[in-house]
Design a binder for this molecule. Structure first.
Ligand code: SUG
Length: 446
């Protein structure tokens, strides 16, 4: 059956800021308390979507979540009118207030794990919103993500929506950022590759946290009804995690038959590649593009975000295009590596650099900002068209950003109680640009 990969990008929310909330994410830690530029951040995200649209690729969008998250703060017994909740949280628990202001749902690669229907034995597309329990600020995303996905994929006969995994350490799950898929062509059955940072019975270790567990990966593979003969579980290398690869998509990316990865991405590379090759047997021959540490060190891979690129095939074009962050080019060693890569005979024929600097300063590159969903023609027809971008809708979103988003947000600006009404006005209007209905956000439900 013919199918197409649709990237659904997370819209950057109006409270985009640098709070230094993510241990093990070097950019987030380094840029803590910098002044952010929410308007530029959201426009950079939309410009990236435009770039993919210009290549002839379908592009979808996911809404930002409601922040400041006043109802989340109420769970910690901040009481009174919304403005009073916000003020007392800043006074008594500023760290919680910053968590409640985080716009982290923009990184849609962490929204969910998606298995296309070609891989699932009931012929439906399966999705599991990520519980994101490792980082407090991200753990507040799962419920709203689940609701957003139900709006975008409403047809239960075609789309199987699962609950996020149990919010327990054993099932820590960060979604598609640790999930890859190889297949001969879109629509063909593939090999699903789950990458985990730790197993629940690992001995304690020093170093940065592994955010994805083996148990979470296995549970998702079972509930998505994947064929064990076509499913691979790979342990991420501790070296990669400790170098700042807090998700696998910082050191590897896959598309169609191609796996583009860093030599030190996986704990046991030889076993991982052999397993992928064995499980692809009879379907396709995988194409491994391994980047040696002598060409690009792990430190350069993490700082340049080379692998946090999108690998795409433009319709009618030959070969794959790497949509890489401009930071990749700015790193002389990595930029030179890419320039050579695209001139050798290989699957990746060209590179396009994209500027998503505001997101990058929080550790989110082009690939973090999108959730990939491979849809058959009939599944695509079941997506409300309002979630797919055309010129009119992307222009409407740009106008919306320019109307509602602040140019700058300094940490001290976040405590402004006026921010609550300001962001709600923006989100309320958004529900008339995207087909979210009039009660998507909790403030709209009263
Ligand atoms: O979870 N940064 C995000 C970046 C997510 C990137 N996603 C992928 N690699 N797929 C994170 O660490 C920083 C927020 C702050 O510090 O204000 C943050 O959440």
């Amino acid at each position: 059956m013919s199918a197409v990969e649709v990237n659904f990008d997370g819209l950057v929310g109006p409270t985009h800021n640098y709070a230094g909330l993510s241990e093990g994410n070097l950019a987030s830690e380094r840029n803590r308390d910098m002044i952010s530029r929410p308007r530029a951040a959201a426009l950079q995200g939309l410009a990236k979507m435009r770039m993919l649209m210009a290549l002839g690729l379908p592009q979808g969008v996911l809404p930002p979540q409601e922040r400041p998250n006043i109802s989340w703060l109420r769970a910690f017994d901040f009481t009174g009118p919304d403005e009073a909740v916000w003020e007392s949280a800043w006074r008594d628990a500023p760290r919680l207030a910053r968590v409640a202001a985080s716009a982290s749902s923009m990184w849609a690669a962490n929204a969910a794990t998606i298995s296309p229907s070609a891989d699932c034995d009931d012929g439906r597309l399966h999705m599991t919103p990520a519980n994101l329990i490792t980082m407090l600020h991200r753990a507040q995303e799962a419920d709203t993500t689940a609701r957003a996905l139900r709006c975008v994929f409403p047809d239960a006969a075609r789309f199987a929506h699962h609950e996020p995994l149990m919010a327990q350490d054993c099932f820590a799950d960060e979604g598609a950022a640790n999930h890859m898929r190889l297949s001969a062509t879109p629509g063909a059955p593939g090999v699903e590759i789950f990458v985990y940072g730790r197993a629940s019975d690992d001995p304690p270790r020093a170093g940065f946290p592994g955010r994805q567990t083996l148990e979470a990966c296995q549970a998702i593979a079972r509930r998505h009804r994947l064929d064990p003969q076509r499913t691979v579980f790979i342990r991420q290398s501790a070296d990669a995690i400790d170098a700042g690869a807090f998700h696998n998509d910082v050191v590897a990316v896959a598309h169609e038959r191609t796996l583009f990865f860093h030599e030190q991405a996986f704990a046991d590379k030889a076993a991982a590649l052999a397993d992928i090759r064995a499980k692809a047997a009879g379907l396709f021959e995988p194409n491994f593009i391994e980047v040696s540490a002598s060409s690009v060190s792990l430190a350069d891979a993490v700082s340049s975000y080379l692998f946090n690129s999108q690998l795409v095939r433009a319709p009618g074009g030959d070969g794959l295009t790497l949509i890489a962050p401009s930071e990749t080019r700015e790193n002389n060693r990595v930029g030179a590596y890419v320039a050579e890569l695209v001139t050798c005979v290989g699957a990746i024929k060209r590179v396009s650099y994209v500027e998503v600097r505001e997101s990058m300063r929080n550790g989110g590159g082009p690939a973090c900002l999108r959730l990939r969903v491979e849809l058959t023609d009939t599944e695509l027809a079941a997506v409300p068209p309002g979630f797919l971008l055309d010129e009119a809708r992307v222009s409407a979103l740009e106008r919306w950003v320019k109307t509602h988003y602040r140019e700058e947000l300094a940490p001290g600006d976040l405590s402004d109680p006026f921010l609550i009404q300001e962001t709600r006005a923006a989100l309320d209007e958004l529900t008339r640009i995207l087909p979210l209905g009039g009660a998507f956000y909790s403030f709209q439900r009263g």
